[in-house]
Design a protein around this ligand. Structure first.
Ligand code: SF4
Length: 285
């Protein structure tokens, strides 16, 4: 049986880098270690880290109760006030903010200095957007829908800089930018969408179109895994959504000649490899 594993399956560059940084601190014997929010949306990884002594702080306010130790900022990044808080408490800082997100923080600071109001296209409640906003000034706004654009407190000809949440949908971003453009502002647009998600989807679609069965691995609540599953299912009727190897029924793939495997952004390599090894070992009937 031919088994094809997507090169883009699993962690993106930024998440992998952040998770590695936590394990690196553990290996160096650093204690205590805190992460600001779970380092990744994967229960197994978070549990493993907890067993190794890593504690998760639910909010920056919880930093005020921490007396010593190292705080790791995850790939989503945080606003400036959180850095200030960590420094004020005299805690060590490991900054695992994804460099692509860090770049947006720098853009926001620079554009504000140059007098532009920053508009972030994204979901206001998403931690990455909260972090980006936290580098802006009091004029910074977050916009998600076209209706919102009509009700913003902006004046004609105002100087704006539009950036995007890294995981925002490109077509929606384009539509929103177009809407802003029609209103006569002086706009600089910087497309800060990261290609990791799109590349994963394009590769999954391609593999699914060429195999007889497709396996998509990821958490039950992972929206990007569900999206991958839907994309694959359009191309390949025999697409299976599993969380771990335990969910895979060998009989579902033992009569096909080729199987493709992909995984959502929070699926550790270990689980992907486990599924790969086991699928390869399945005897065809
Ligand atoms: Fe991953 Fe891209 Fe987000 Fe960085 S910006 S964490 S590479 S999805």
């Amino acid at each position: 049986m031919e088994v094809v594993v997507a090169k883009t399956a699993g962690f993106c560059f930024g998440v992998e880098r952040a998770v590695n940084q936590v394990y690196c601190q553990i290996e160096q014997g650093v204690k205590p270690i805190y992460t600001l929010g779970p380092i990744i949306h994967n229960e197994e990884v978070v549990r493993d880290l907890e067993e190794k002594g890593v504690r998760v702080l639910a909010s920056p306010e919880e930093l005020d109760a921490v007396k010593e130790g190292t705080v790791i900022i995850r790939s989503h990044g945080v606003g400036k006030s959180v850095y200030d808080r960590i420094e004020k408490r005299g805690l060590c800082l490991v900054d695992a903010t994804c460099p692509f997100v860090k770049k947006i923080h720098e853009i926001v600071v620079k554009q504000n200095e140059e007098g532009r109001r920053v508009i972030i296209i994204g979901d206001e409640a998403h931690p990455e957007v909260e972090g980006i906003k936290g580098w802006g000034d009091e004029r910074t706004l977050v916009v998600k829908t076209e209706e919102q654009v009509d009700h913003l407190p902006l004046y004609p000809g105002e100087k704006l800089c539009i950036v995007s949440q890294t995981t925002f949908n490109y077509n929606k971003f384009k539509d929103l930018v177009e809407k802003f453009s029609k209103k006569g502002y002086d706009i600089i647009t910087l497309n800060t969408i990261c290609n990791a998600t799109q590349e994963r989807q394009v590769e999954a679609e391609h593999i699914a179109s060429q195999v007889e069965a497709m396996i998509v691995i990821g958490g039950r609540n992972s929206s990007n895994t569900r999206k991958l599953y839907e994309i694959c299912q359009k191309e390949c009727k025999n697409t299976y959504y599993i969380q771990t190897l335990d969910d895979l029924d060998p009989e579902s793939v033992n009569s096909v000649r080729s199987v493709g495997i992909t995984a959502g952004a929070s699926t550790p390599k270990k689980i992907i490899e486990e599924v790969h090894t086991n699928v390869r070992a399945i005897k065809r009937v």
